[in-house]
Design a protein around this ligand. Structure first.
Ligand code: ADP
Length: 749
């Protein structure tokens, strides 16, 4: 089900038709309902009208029946003697109490009455209220057979005394009404006095059986049935009784309502009753005879008739509504298809282009907005295809350039995943062109070059690495988009194998030469010492000056060459660093000792101020001594008056050693540079004995050696006032934190 809904939602045409369909159904249903109610309303009205007319007919029939009865009775009452059948006149026979004669006289009238007015019973009664002749037609309605009832006392009936006393009301001396004679059949009776001269000698009653009358009325009015109620709502007679079963009494409600409009035929009341499982609609009207309400007449029509008519109307109505709705939907689908077909073509074209058919175009001829859209789409696609061609040719050109670069190029994303390598990189990694490169940059087996970096003439290169048997310089940079977003990084692997080999050869050469030079220099220094001491005979003053000069220069040359040898050793990796816990005192003393005489010769003071409780440091003894020697020698050389102080202090992280002098200082812009190789400060030659001039290697060696011990070195200086060289050394043993050192005391307390 959800799949169907998704499918319907995925297509524009259904989205157009959907609401349209819904609207159609709503409008059709509303229309059908309206029409149905209209039809039902008019049906009900028709039905009501029919009932009303039935009612009227029934009433009219009754009245005319009464009139007929009257005129018939009048004839009978005035019937004269008939000699042909030897019958006396009716009045005469009654006056004389001639019962046989009376019957003879009445008999032909009775038979005529049957045919003329549908007479059922003809009764003659005497002045005592006794019936003297009582003919009744057989209930089956056949004209011939009739019975003659035995005498009855009807003196107590409502009309008897009035008739016999000759009383007249506003309508005359004849009466009519519903009468029950002895048995339980109800009659519509018309009663007239029979006069002999002025005297009332009896009365005549012409009666018609009410149930028969009702049947006649029913047939005449096309009602389904007619019921007669008395004024208190009890059923007196009904055509339903014989066929359908019990007819309910009139409800009190109905009766009360009825009472309020007793004379209103036009305002006849209706009710729906169920008789024998079927529904009938009853209309109630007062039954008036001689202007007196004698009962309530209720003709009824079957509701089936209404229903059937409703069904008969609804069925074609439903079909029409259905057809109309179908037609509307069909038209809707057609319109939606017409609208969406070009859109479908556009969507298919877009899909095809996405799938790689770049030359596909939408063929839509319509001139409307969709046509314009398709045209713009085609133009845009053409433009983009051209642009794509240009971009791809540019990109393949760039790819070719990158491929052709002799250095290795590795491009990574922000997470270090390799996205591109060029041919040179593949060669470094010993990969064929069709082999995939490693996934991550960290998978490339490059290792930091530990022994013997670039040679003597350059700074030590920290960016040299080994990759298989090659030495490469790795320079990396971030790739930043033009909106400043970091997209990854690019690494250039430069093959330095040959350069490193050449530099190593140079370093080795310099190292060898320096070693070779140091031997004769030692001899020269030794011999000049011997000469100064007069071991080769006493020297005069001039000779002493010359020999002293030789000795000093040889000494300087030796320290200079020693520095060169150290640098060569550092660069070639032959100088190893053996870290061990040691006290700072001995290396400092050993470094200071050879310089004592020279410091004194310059009239400078030297103060070594090391705290007694200074913890041991982790350092290489020889290299630490070399550092101290270099710093003290520099202080000596660049200080002309004042003194040199060596200090050390235990800081939380490390031990800091300081060599302070009162020399000429270093300008701020040089303070960083003096640690680089061959950098010499401004005016180095001023005031410095040219024999003591260095070549700018001392501090570079210090820096490298300090870093090998795991420390850092820096200088603070005020030109003209002095400099302080500081470096740090690691503790040999983990230094207890202040809290930890307090802990034992706390425990003791
Ligand atoms: P050099 O052989 O020239 O002394 P160094 O590397 O030892 O080489 O020192 C580099 C430069 O730093 C020196 O040329 C000098 O200008 C400056 N320098 C070093 N130590 C001191 C110091 N204690 N006082 C003033 N300047 C110094």
């Amino acid at each position: 089900m959800q799949g169907v809904i998704r499918e319907l939602r995925s297509q524009l045409r259904y989205q157009i038709i959907g609401p349209f369909l819904l609207l159609t159904v709503i409008v059709a249903a509303a229309g059908a309902l309206a029409v149905f109610y209209q039809v039902a309303g008019s049906l009900q009205e028709r039905f009501n009208n029919q009932l009303a007319s039935v009612t009227r007919t029934a009433n009219d029939t009754l009245l005319s029946q009464e009139q007929d009865n009257l005129s018939f009775l009048r004839e009978v009452a005035f019937a004269q003697r008939n000699d042909s059948i030897s019958a006396p006149g009716v009045a005469e026979a009654l006056a004389n109490d001639d019962i046989d004669g009376l019957k003879k006289a009445l008999d032909p009238y009775f038979l005529t009455g049957i045919n003329r007015i549908g007479l059922d019973r003809l009764i003659a009664f005497n002045t005592h209220g006794q019936t003297v002749s009582d003919f009744e037609r057989a209930p089956d309605g056949s004209g011939s057979g009739y019975t003659s009832h035995s005498p009855l006392d009807i003196s107590q009936l409502w009309f008897t005394s009035r008739v016999l006393s000759g009383t007249s009301d506003s309508r005359g001396d004849k009466y009519a009404g519903l009468v029950l004679f002895g048995s339980d059949s109800l009659y519509l009776a018309t009663i007239a006095p029979v006069r002999n001269g002025e005297d009332v000698v009896g009365g005549l009653i012409a009666a018609i059986r009410v149930d028969k009358l009702l049947t006649i009325l029913r047939d005449g009015s096309q009602a389904a049935g007619i019921t007669l109620y008395d004024t208190s709502g009890r059923v007196l007679a009904s055509t339903f009784l014989s066929v359908e079963g019990t007819v309910p009494q009139m409800s009190l409600d109905l009766l009360n309502n009825f009472d309020t409009n007793p004379n209103a035929l036009s305002q006849s009341l209706f009710s729906v009753e169920e008789i024998g499982g079927r529904e009938y609609q009853f209309a109630y009207i007062p039954l008036k005879i001689r202007g007196v309400s004698v009962g309530i007449l209720a003709p009824a029509l079957s509701r089936d008739y209404v229903m059937a008519t409703g069904r008969d109307t609804l069925w074609p109505l439903g079909v029409v509504v259905f057809l109309l709705a179908g037609l509307l939907v069909g038209v809707g689908v057609m319109i939606a298809n017409r609208i969406t077909a070009p859109l479908g073509e556009l969507a298919r074209t877009a899909e095809a282009i996405t799938g790689g058919e770049l030359h596909r175009r939408a063929h839509i001829q319509s001139q409307n907005e969709i046509g314009t859209l398709a045209h713009s789409f085609n133009t845009m696609t053409g433009f983009l295809t051209n642009l794509y061609g240009q971009v791809s040719s540019e990109s393949s050109q760039r790819a070719a350039i990158v491929e052709s670069i002799a250095d290795g190029i590795v491009v990574c994303d922000t997470e270090g995943r390799i996205t591109l390598v060029n041919h040179a990189t593949r060669q470094f990694l010993d990969l064929h062109d069709d082999e995939p490169p490693p996934t991550w940059f960290s998978d490339i087996p490059i290792q930091e070059l530990t022994d013997g970096a670039l040679g003597f003439g350059s700074q030590r290169a920290h960016d040299l690495f080994t990759l298989h048997e090659r030495i490469v310089r790795v320079s990396a940079n971030r790739v930043v988009s033009n909106v400043g977003e970091i997209m990854g990084s690019v690494c250039v692997l430069q093959d330095m194998t040959a350069e490193v080999a050449v530099d190593r050869a140079k370093t080795n050469f310099i190292g060898t030469i320096s070693h070779e030079l140091r031997t004769p220099l030692t001899v020269i220094r030794g011999n000049s010492d011997l000469l100064m001491r007069g071991l080769a005979g006493p020297l005069d003053d001039d000779q002493k000056v010359f020999v002293e000069s030789i000795r000093q220069h040889a000494g300087n040359m030796t320290s200079l060459i020693s520095n060169v040898i150290v640098i060569a050793g550092l660069d070639s990796g032959s100088l190893s660093t053996d870290l061990e816990p040691l006290s700072l005192t001995r290396p400092v003393d050993e470094a200071a000792w050879p310089l004592q005489s020279m410091i004194k010769a310059k009239n400078l003071s030297l103060k070594i101020d090391l705290p007694d409780d200074l913890p041991e440091v982790l350092a290489d003894f020889d290299q630490l001594r070399m550092i101290m020697h270099q710093l003290l020698d520099n202080a000596r050389r660049y200080t002309s008056q004042g003194g040199i102080v060596v200090r050390a202090q235990a800081l939380p992280e490390h031990v800091q050693v300081e060599v302070e002098d009162t020399g000429r200082g270093i300008s701020p812009d040089m303070q960083e540079q003096v640690f680089q190789r061959f950098i010499r400060g401004d005016g180095v030659s001023e005031g410095i004995n040219s024999s003591e001039r260095g070549i700018g290697l001392g501090l570079a060696i210090c820096k490298q050696l300090v870093e090998r011990q795991g420390g850092t070195i820096w200088v603070t200086s005020t030109p003209g006032q002095g400099s302080t060289f500081c470096f740090t050394l690691r503790y040999a043993h983990a230094k207890p934190s202040p809290e930890e050192s307090k802990a034992p005391m706390a425990a003791a307390a």
